[in-house]
Design a binder for this molecule. Structure first.
Ligand code: COA
Length: 473
């Protein structure tokens, strides 16, 4: 066996031993408590460190899918070091700009709580810095087009040999197969993952949804993959590859429609309003408009003001256990016992008529009045909230789901904080970094470069934009 390989193997063994020792230590700490339970933290709420404290992420992501993942890891306490191309950075910094010369909201809302370092990965000195990062970090996350990471020289074999503990996590458009080499954006994934063909109205074309299930959805899947790989590394001492294909991520979120595809072989989908309208089903799951998607029939109903307010609607679920309360509310108490309406099965062919009758009631109230009245009667409903209403919602601000941060160039902006709440590890939501803002501190504090070496790196052109390279030369 080559000397280097032997060395790598013994490093892995040592790491595995170390994490095994940690587990033993933890077990004896439990014993010391007497009752077999770990002691609760005696630090003030949220001060017991962050869930992913100590985890270093080499963040090679761009646009939306990868950055969503690494932003979540940063919220959980990981040190996320975003590597960007000198001079240009993540392409979204300049896309959909609302404030001249300031990083766009597209960028700032996906890259909070991270640090930015500029490195030209195609420069020999740049590759040297990247090598140090690979040795130092725990996870490399990337969402380049297929093959781009390999073309940089950062193949799995190379990274694994350089740091056998490193996890390499990737988002790609498609998994292995006929489309694996394709570049993919959000809506391509929505189309290929089955979401678009099952979204929209039957009479209309397939529809993409505003929720970024292809990008942000896959980023979320990737974050889970990374945390799982970190957990497994505690036992094995070894990193692994984590791959999330956007098509797979979308399909995972559209699984109820694959459920319906199989049910279709056994007869019509009776909870689809198409059934109550007497329209026959084809071979594939149809678009179902605002039908529920679950076992409780539901529809979107107009509320007071709908003529001028495009969002004056309520989503109304005719949950079976509260059918009686619904009948009382809309003034149809006889429907509680009428055999045509009394059971969920009897109601299925009459859903159109039922929702028309409920709407006669909802249209006399605002969506918030309907919400209040129905909640008091335990009837599940949901108001259609506009983005304006969400941006102004104080309860979302209080929980940290919507956070205002201050940016040195663009000023204050709203971002989405951590939707996952941990009691010991509340998210620390910080503004996004300027391009290369932390280059010096990362070179010095994370990678241990001396002042003279940093000066040399600066003149080498490895961390500066091409025009600055000429000046430096
Ligand atoms: N220094 C030098 N070069 C760098 C660099 C750096 N720091 N960072 C990136 N680059 C180069 C790469 O080496 C690559 O160059 P190459 O193609 O010559 O090898 C290039 O920049 C990156 O390219 P790529 O990922 O192909 O970007 P793109 O703008 O052409 O394509 C996507 C964008 C999103 C379509 C593509 O990245 C993709 O399909 N990604 C996977 C799926 C995905 O995540 N899609 C959703 C995005 S929200």
């Amino acid at each position: 066996m080559a000397k280097k390989q032997k060395k790598a193997k013994s490093k892995v063994k040592a790491a595995a031993k170390k994490s095994a020792r940690k587990v033993v230590k933890l077990a004896s700490a439990k014993k010391a408590n007497g009752n077999g339970l770990p002691k609760p933290s005696n630090k003030p709420w949220g001060q017991a460190g962050k869930a992913l404290e100590g985890v270093k992420i080499l963040d090679f992501t761009h646009v939306q899918s990868g950055p969503t993942c690494t932003q979540l890891l940063a919220y959980m306490g990981a040190d996320v070091i975003k590597v960007e191309r000198p001079g240009a950075g993540d392409i979204t910094r300049g896309q959909l700009r609302d404030v001249p010369n300031a990083d766009s909201l597209y960028f700032t809302m996906l890259n909070g709580s991270k640090r930015s370092i500029t490195i030209d990965s195609k420069h020999p000195k740049g590759m040297e810095i990247l090598n140090r990062l690979i040795k130092t970090c725990d996870v490399l996350v990337e969402n380049f087009a297929p093959g781009a990471l390999d073309r940089m020289g950062l193949t799995w074999d190379y990274v694994h040999k350089t740091n056998p503990r490193m996890i390499v996590a990737s988002v790609k458009g498609f998994g292995p197969g006929p489309y694996e080499d394709c570049k993919v954006y959000e809506n391509v994934a929505q189309c290929a993952g089955g979401a678009a063909s099952t979204t929209g109205f039957r009479e209309g074309p397939p529809l993409v949804t505003g929720a970024q299930i292809g990008d942000s959805g896959t980023g979320l899947h990737l974050a889970l993959g990374i945390v799982s790989a970190l957990y497994q590394r505690n036992r094995t001492g070894r990193g692994q590859k984590v791959l999330c294909a956007m098509q797979d991520g979308v399909l995972n979120l559209t699984r109820v429609k694959l459920r319906d595809q199989q049910r279709l072989a056994h007869g019509p989908l009776t909870e689809y309003s198409q059934y109550s309208e007497g329209v026959p089903f084809g071979k594939a799951v149809p678009r179902a408009g605002n039908d529920s998607g679950g076992g409780q029939p539901a529809w979107l109903l107009k509320c007071k003001g709908w003529e001028s307010d495009p969002d004056a609607y309520i989503y109304f679920i005719t949950q079976a256990p509260v059918w009686g309360a619904i009948c009382d509310l809309i003034g149809e108490p006889t429907w509680k016992t009428d055999p045509d309406y009394a059971t969920p099965k009897a109601r299925l062919p009459r859903l159109k008529k039922i929702f028309a009758r409920i709407e006669e009631w909802t249209v006399t109230k605002t969506k918030f009045e309907v919400m209040d009245i129905c909640n008091a009667a335990d009837i599940p409903v949901g108001p259609i909230l506009s983005m304006k209403e969400i941006a102004e919602d104080q309860s979302l601000r209080k929980t940290g789901t919507v956070v205002e941060v201050d940016h040195p160039i663009r000023g204050k902006y709203l971002t989405v904080g951590n939707p996952i709440k941990l009691s010991d590890s509340p998210a620390d939501v910080r503004r996004s970094p300027l391009l290369g803002e932390h280059t010096d501190e990362i070179l010095k504090d994370v990678l241990g470069y001396k002042a003279a070496e940093i000066a040399e790196i600066k003149t080498s052109g490895a961390i500066t934009a091409p025009e600055k390279k000429e000046k430096a030369a």
